[in-house]
Design a protein around this ligand. Sequence first.
Ligand code: HBI
Length: 367
Amino acid sequence: MINKQLKLILVSTPIGYLGSGKGGGVELTIISLIKGLILLGHEIILIAPKGSKLPFESELVEIRLIDGIDQPSWQHQKKTDPVLIPSNSVLPKLWEAAIDVANQYDAVINFAYDWLPLWLTKTQETKIFHLISMGAESLIMKEIISEISQIFPSQLAFHTKSQSKDYSLKTDPIIVGNGFDKENYSFNEKENGPLGWAGRIAPEKGLEDAAKVARDLGEKLLVWGLIEDKEYASKIENTFSKEIIEWRGFLPTIKFQEELGQCRALINTPKWNEAYGNVIVEAMACGVPVIAYDLGGPGELIEEGFNGFLVKPNDIEELIKATKSISEIKRKNCRDWFEKKATNKVFAERVENWLYKGLNKKNSADF
Ligand code: HBI
């Protein structure tokens, strides 16, 4: 049964333009989801900060660019901080543009982890759906998400169960996972390559723990990611000798997956309630097994002994032990897991399902 085409407004994160890397995982989520939704035949207008671009064209996608000052990231603020709206802020301008056209669309999907779009849910005719992209990194966000959960529970979705546990929700959380375009990732069966680590270079990602594993095993660690916290990065450089850390930079997906695919394992060391763990799925897509702390999203993506190993958080010895037995994992299992659970097509189908339910439309018979 073909489902009705939806006309959707997607509003991007205000902390940096799409493609800058400043939005972290949510950038990849937006790009992958748009590709998945147009595969399903839906029509999209993406409202995003000036400079944003998509790595593809489609007559089903229009982009509306909005100029303004980036929103400070909650990761650089204290949990108890108030909401800041800088002068000439891009956030209210993004939402002004969305509200202006909302009545011509079936729904809005918000990707910003910000107070304003959550609050607007109560004021708009056109339903605003929120894909919450982080654990509870701010009190005021936790409050507004819990409030919206009381009034519009079907309009909130999370990437993983563990992420949703940070919030006091009225109903069972709607979990949509995540998903990436399998055309962008090629399976690499190479067995004994180097160790890898990927993510924003920032304290909550725990790079130092993976570096300790590489140092203990006397080998280098390839590191990909945007240097978000310079002083943290130089602290790492001063702690570990040159041969241990090989900075590979923040690469476009095609280049990143080519290098990542050479690794015999990706080590994932979150120090916070990682909402999902994009890099874990990207590694899987390339056939790279993952050793991760059993914390947040990674704990729900890794099937022990099948596509990787889970380790007690902060236990370096366990990380080292698991790294030594990574050859027990069949690399093909990782790619198979990815194709079944985390391509952008299956992700878009889960999001489509979420929207139909939230719009009280089960399938075409209900229109
Ligand atoms: N902070 N204020 C704000 N808004 C966001 O959308 C946001 C953020 N910090 C981090 C972030 N988004 C993303 O990097 C993560 O949600 C993935």
